[in-house]
Design a protein around this ligand. Structure first.
Ligand code: GLN
Length: 238
C-alpha cells in the first residue's frame, strides 16, 4: 500500500451476502486502521457493479444458498476479484463467501456448483447443519490466539494440498474434518461469524499487516478481550 494513500477496503456484494453481522468485519478493520493513524476508504460494492481491482483488502460474508450461487456467477463473470488477488490484495471470506472461493460448493439441492477457483478447496453438503459456537487453535505460524465465533452452515470443506487450515477445531464443526477455515497467500477463509474480526482482533491485525506490509503497534483491546473471554469461557472445558 503506498504510504501517501488510504487503505482501500472493498465489501463485496452486501446485497447478496451479509448474514449474522458479517459487515462488522469491515467496521473492525476500519477502526483498527484508523486508531493507528491509517486513513481508510471503504467501497460497499453492490452485485450490479464491476469489482475494482485496486483494493487492498476485500471482504465477503455468508448467506443463503441462492444468493451464494448468484454471487459466485457474478464474481466469476466479472473477473475483477481474480485480478485483484493476482495483484496481491488480501481477502477475508466468511462461510458462503469462503465456499465460493473454491472450485465447487453445494447448491440448494446439494448439487455441485462452480466456484471461483481462487483457492484449492471444495465444499459439499454435510449430513446435518452445523450451528453453534465454533472455536479453534490457530496455526501457530500465524501467531494469533485461540479463534472464537459461531457457525451456521450445511457445507463441509475439503482443503487441497497447498492450502493450510486456519485452525484446529476444538469446539464445533468448521470444515468438518477437525480443522476450521484455511489460509493461502493473503487469503483467509473461515466459517466464523461473530463477526469474526470483532471476536478475533488478532486476525484483523494479521490482515491489516499483510495489506500494509508492516507490523502494527498494539492498541487497547480491553473490550475485545472481555468479549473473547466471555465467549470462550462459555464453551471451553474448565
Ligand atoms: N449456504 C452455505 C451452507 O449452508 C453457507 C451458509 C452461510 O453462509 N451461513 O453451507
Amino acid at each position: 500500500m503506498p504510504s501517501d494513500s488510504a487503505l482501500r477496503l472493498v465489501w463485496i456484494y452486501p446485497d447478496l451476502l451479509s448474514t449474522y453481522g458479517d459487515q462488522g468485519n469491515v467496521l473492525v478493520l476500519e477502526q483498527r486502521a484508523q486508531r493507528r493513524g491509517i486513513p481508510v476508504q471503504t467501497l460497499y460494492l453492490r452485485s450490479s457493479d464491476p469489482v475494482p481491482e485496486g483494493g487492498d483488502i476485500y471482504l465477503i460474508g455468508g448467506g443463503e444458498d441462492r444468493p451464494q450461487i448468484l454471487a459466485s456467477e457474478r464474481l466469476r463473470r466479472d473477473g475483477g476479484l481474480h485480478r485483484a488477488i493476482a495483484r496481491g490484495a488480501a481477502l477475508l471470506a466468511v462461510c458462503a463467501g469462503y465456499q465460493i472461493m473454491g472450485t465447487t460448493f453445494g447448491g440448494e439441492e446439494g448439487q455441485p456448483v462452480d466456484g471461483l477457483g481462487l483457492i484449492d478447496i471444495s465444499s459439499g453438503r454435510g449430513t446435518s447443519r452445523a450451528v453453534g459456537e465454533l472455536a479453534g487453535e490457530a496455526d501457530p505460524v500465524l501467531g494469533i490466539p485461540t479463534l472464537t465465533g459461531f457457525e451456521n452452515h450445511m457445507g463441509v470443506t475439503r482443503l487441497g494440498p497447498g492450502v493450510r487450515p486456519l485452525a484446529r477445531t476444538t469446539v464445533g464443526t468448521g470444515n468438518g474434518d477437525g480443522t476450521e477455515g484455511c489460509y493461502v497467500g493473503k487469503i483467509v477463509g473461515t466459517y466464523l461469524h461473530g463477526p469474526a474480526l470483532a471476536r478475533n482482533p488478532g486476525l484483523a491485525d494479521l490482515l491489516l499487516s499483510w495489506a500494509i506490509g508492516a507490523q502494527l503497534p498494539p492498541i487497547d483491546d480491553t473490550w475485545f478481550e472481555r468479549l473473547r473471554q466471555e465467549r470462550l469461557a462459555a464453551v471451553l472445558p474448565h
